[in-house]
Design a protein around this ligand. Sequence first.
Ligand SMILES: Cc1cc2nc3c(=O)[nH]c(=O)nc-3n(C[C@H](O)[C@H](O)[C@H](O)COP(=O)(O)OP(=O)(O)OC[C@H]3O[C@@H](n4cnc5c(N)ncnc54)[C@H](O)[C@@H]3O)c2cc1C
Length: 234
Amino acid sequence: MRVVFDHSRDDAANIRTFFFRPERPVRFTAGQYAEWTLPHLRPDDRGIKRWFTISSPPNGEYVTVTTKFAGKKSSSFKKALFKMEPGHELAMSDPMGDFVLPQLIQTPLVFVAGGIGITPFHSMLEWLADTKEERPIRLLYGVNNEDEIVFLETFKRSGVQPTIIVSAPSPAWGGERGRLSAELIIGLEKPTEDTLVYVSGPEPMVQALAKDLLKAGLKRNQIVSDEFPNYETI
Ligand SMILES: Cc1cc2nc3c(=O)[nH]c(=O)nc-3n(C[C@H](O)[C@H](O)[C@H](O)COP(=O)(O)OP(=O)(O)OC[C@H]3O[C@@H](n4cnc5c(N)ncnc54)[C@H](O)[C@@H]3O)c2cc1C
């Protein structure tokens, strides 16, 4: 489907949300992703297509993508994306993916986001706030430094108080320090047999956490993961 870039919002120094107007309403479930095609001049060998989570909730006027810019090291795709002017067209595939909320609303949920891996949770939390659906959710959000924390308004609006863990904080940071780990996840919220732990973020982080959560006694079907390739671990 064709989508037209409308405007963007800077969420942090190097993180931006792009708002696209779709040519017809997009049907998707909060947490899903799509493949986005952005033809541009002289694409590098990573090409003109990327997978991005739809960071907005369903039924909105816009569909959004939230992504990080790596400065000079960025791909030609990211450089073209961050230079787009309103009116620019992209193609978006049908949404897909099963990193979505479970049917049973009473299922205890632990959301674990590493950096930009917060995007599917943003869609879910906005959707829950829009529909006034309450679920038992604990959110752990790991970032490298506090400048990379985004979506605080959404956490407030959804009533989900995040535990933010910063790996390289400034001396002024008064919150949790360190890295996301299975011990931390289990220590903060002792999982019951029906708890589901959703882990989203850079591929190496998600894989390492899933392995450690299994070692710590969680069953495979209690872990739902969403891996973003091409990001270093946080
Ligand atoms: C299901 C799914 C959902 C996703 N959702 C999101 C999302 O919501 N937001 C988001 O930002 N990303 C998301 N991603 C990841 C996204 O598709 C890109 O892989 C990611 O944004 C990196 O983009 P880029 O390749 O343009 O690299 P850039 O962001 O431009 O670069 C990032 C850094 O990685 C290095 N790098 C990147 N690729 C390579 C490579 N192949 N070899 C060596 N070094 C490399 C770059 O040099 C740079 O330092 C998702 C991926 C999947 C599979």
